[in-house]
Design a protein around this ligand. Structure first.
Ligand code: SAJ
Length: 426
């Protein structure tokens, strides 16, 4: 197939790097986003999100004329849909996948489709979403034929190819990772494989659209279940006075054991969301997957209880003081180490609750941001690491950012520590 022009719908954390990497292979790429600010920023050769190396790739692609952004879809040979799939509450279920953005993207693309085009859904989706996209496209374009009714001979090819890149390593992983390609027919898979081979150096493995959808959900659920196991161990070990960090290090010396690390909870937009897509579809069967979600979602409250315990301990050895005199420092606000992304962050959730409930001073240390975002952090002060160590009585380590590891245990001998990542107490 000829892919002279490729359109990427949704220019966020996945769509923009994908568009820029394809453009770096000297293909004409039209990026589409409903956010005018994002479109203007990209057309200047700048980026509106934080991701290492992305600025250089986008800048080069725009300046060399291979990447252009717009708010309205234009004709192309292939369309990659990379829009968010959050969840919504419906009929008493709080975690129903919300396909609103995918539907809007499908309906926006439909008018410019022509015979021979390829449509790929990259957004993480519940099983059946690709067939749903095909149905929306067919409704909008009765003049074209689609794989669900015309099989291999259809005018339009449709596939699900889930993104699997790790935030912070997106530009490298987009090229190096293997790709699961789930076409609605064998021809759809073949066309999508040809497209990904433009920039993917990993293997392209073909399957059905439904299996590809489930594969993506399975990868993130596997990680969530493993982290929940580590988080549960951390709570058990705390109760029976064993270091969970040493325990996991020892268990992982077994050749067939690989336990992940406990933390203050699971954040981000993927691992804490995608398992719910499986639970929502098969609530009676997905018992382990649901429990893992519940274990991980309850971990921030456990950390807050530990902070309160530490305040209690401080007051028991300083009977002349009250809680108002105790200074708490929260180290880290991001959802994982060495990034500036505070969205869906358990560390942020903990800091907000500590600020709400603690009558004394709360210091916040987050080396990856210059100012606090507006919202529930009002009442806390953003300070540097040294100032926090000098002033705080209780330190809650919430994210294992590299600079925090440099603070030695000797500097912290006067503090009560709640080390949710095990960098000081391991
Ligand atoms: N976390 C732990 N302990 C660990 C590892 C992670 O508590 O041992 C926490 C992190 O601190 C963070 C959360 O889990 O709060 C998620 O972080 P992550 O680094 O595990 O994953 P994400 O959400 O940044 O990216 C995941 C990746 N999926 C897998 O590794 C299976 C990525 O490859 C996917 O592309 C991405 O989700 C996505 O977009 O779905």
């Amino acid at each position: 197939m000829n892919f002279d022009t490729i359109s990427v719908i949704g220019l966020g954390y996945i769509g923009l790097p994908t568009a820029a990497v394809i453009a770096s292979r000297r293909k004409q790429v039209i990026g589409v986003d409903i956010n005018q600010h994002a479109v203007d920023t990209i057309n200047r050769g700048d980026i509106h999100i934080v991701e290492p190396e992305l600025d250089i790739v986008v800048h080069a692609a725009v300046k060399e004329g291979y990447l252009r952004a717009t708010t309205t879809p234009e004709p192309a040979d292939a369309f990659l849909i990379a829009v968010p799939t959050p969840f919504k509450a419906e009929n008493g279920n709080d975690h129903v996948p919300d396909l609103t953005y995918i539907k809007a993207a499908s309906q926006a693309v439909a008018p410019v489709l022509k015979q021979g085009d390829l449509v790929i859904l990259e957004s993480t989706s519940p099983v059946g979403a690709t067939e749903q996209v095909a149905a929306w496209l067919a409704d909008a374009r009765p003049d074209l034929t689609f794989p669900q009714t015309h099989g291999e001979g259809s005018d339009i090819r449709i596939a699900h190819c889930p993104e699997r890149v790790l935030p912070g390593h997106v530009v490298r992983e987009l090229v190096e990772n293997d790709r699961v390609i789930g076409g609605m027919t064998a021809k759809c898979s073949a066309a999508a494989t040809e497209l990904y081979q433009i920039f993917v150096e990993g293997e392209c493995i073909t399957t059905t659209a439904r299996t590809a959808e489930m594969a993506k959900l399975t990868e993130n659920s596997f990680r969530d279940v493993n982290i929940a196991f580590a988080n549960e161990l951390s709570i058990i070990c705390d109760k029976i006075d064993i270091s969970v960090w040493e325990l996991i290090r020892l268990a992982n010396r077994h050749p067939r054991v690989n336990i992940l690390q406990p933390g203050p909870g699971v954040g981000g937009h993927c691992i804490a969301v995608d398992p719910w897509f499986i639970v929502s579809e098969t609530p009676d069967e997905a018992r382990l997957i649901r429990t893992a979600r519940e274990v991980n979602d309850s971990k921030p409250q456990w950390v807050i209880d530990k902070v309160n315990e530490a305040v209690g301990k401080f007051l028991s050895v300083n009977p002349d003081k009250t809680a108002k005199d105790v200074t708490i420092a929260c180290f880290g606000l991001a959802f994982k180490p060495d990034i500036d992304d505070l969205r869906e962050s358990p560390a942020l959730q903990i800091a907000e609750q500590v600020i709400r409930e603690h009558p004394g001073e709360v210091l916040l240390v987050e080396p990856n941001i210059l100012e606090l975002p507006p919202g529930n952090l009002e009442g806390g002060s953003l300070v540097n690491q040294d100032e926090a160590v000098a002033k705080a009585d209780v330190i809650a380590l919430l994210v294992d950012h590299k600079p925090f590891k440099a603070t030695g245990r000797d500097d912290l001998s006067d503090h009560l520590l709640v080390d949710s990542r095990g960098i000081w107490t391991a």
